[in-house]
Design a protein around this ligand. Structure first.
Ligand code: SAM
Length: 243
């Protein structure tokens, strides 16, 4: 396969800001899953940005590889990891995710928070299939994508929306149709959907405030996820003895 040309970094300025784009708060469902289910071993964060999810994975004891083609984003991750004394849990890899060789049966957890929508559909589907193959038998994944309900989407309901569009919306080139990500998940043999949601969300972490429409998926290779109580946890096991 021919190598892709080195890209200019459209996210460089957004990650150079004093408060880098996307903030520090990890994706809520990802954080909930990690806290409740405590996956072990290796993890990979695809399109890791400035690392809000990478850091949460490392805090939970996973050895994380953060992959992004933005060297500036990766530098912010290294800086934040140092501040939190998490450097030994985190490696960074400056690479286009389409060139990534994901080893089979390797990762206990994979995150892809808005990156499958930044690459063409066919490449996204190929990466999805490689992600599934690279999970260990007990592994789980978190995927988030923009949908055609997003005000920045040129198709679907996006063009009818009047809410403000993200400053980085132009880099989303593959908006997912409603239910499309869910369909990928249910058509994938041996994958168990733990949570799927399509929603709108306001974003105040970068540029002028704006709206997103997202699809969010948590799924597992094993049906035996014994400690997943949902997000927010609905009926968890009591931790303190009752009087
Ligand atoms: C919307 S940001 C999300 C960042 C991070 N996952 C988060 O949620 O905070 C998308 C990220 O994907 C990265 N990205 C986009 N296309 C990519 C590609 N083909 N290969 C590697 N990274 C890519 C961008 O550099 C950017 O950091």
């Amino acid at each position: 396969m021919a190598s892709l040309p080195p890209p200019s970094d459209p996210f460089q300025e957004a990650y150079q800001r004093e408060s880098p784009a996307y903030g520090r708060t990890p994706s809520p469902e990802l954080a909930s899953f990690l806290e409740q289910c405590r996956p072990q071993g290796k993890a990979i964060d695809l399109g890791a940005g400035a690392g809000r999810d990478t850091l949460e994975m490392a805090r939970c004891g996973l050895h994380v590889t953060a992959v992004d083609r933005s060297e500036t984003g990766l530098q912010r991750i290294e800086q934040r990891a140092k501040e939190e004394h998490l450097s030994k849990w985190i490696d960074t890899l400056a690479l286009d995710v389409r060139e990534l060789q994901l080893a089979p049966a390797t990762y206990g957890f994979i995150a892809a928070t808005t990156v499958l929508d930044h690459i063409p559909l066919q490449a996204a589907k190929e990466l999805w299939e490689h992600m599934i193959q690279s999970l260990v038998d007990t592994g789980a994944l978190y995927v988030e994508v923009h949908t055609t309900d997003d005000p920045g989407s040129p198709t679907g309901r996006g063009p009818q929306r009047t809410e403000p569009v993200s400053e980085t919306a132009v880099h989303v080139i593959n908006h997912f149709a409603p239910n499309q990500l869910l369909q990928w998940a249910v058509e994938t043999e041996g994958l168990h959907v733990l949570r799927y949601e399509e929603r709108t969300e306001w974003d105040y972490t970068h540029g002028p405030e704006h709206l997103h429409a997202k699809a969010v998926l948590l799924a597992s290779r094993t049906p035996e996820i014994l400690n997943w109580y949902g997000h927010p946890a609905a009926f968890p096991k009591r931790t303190a003895p009752q009087n």
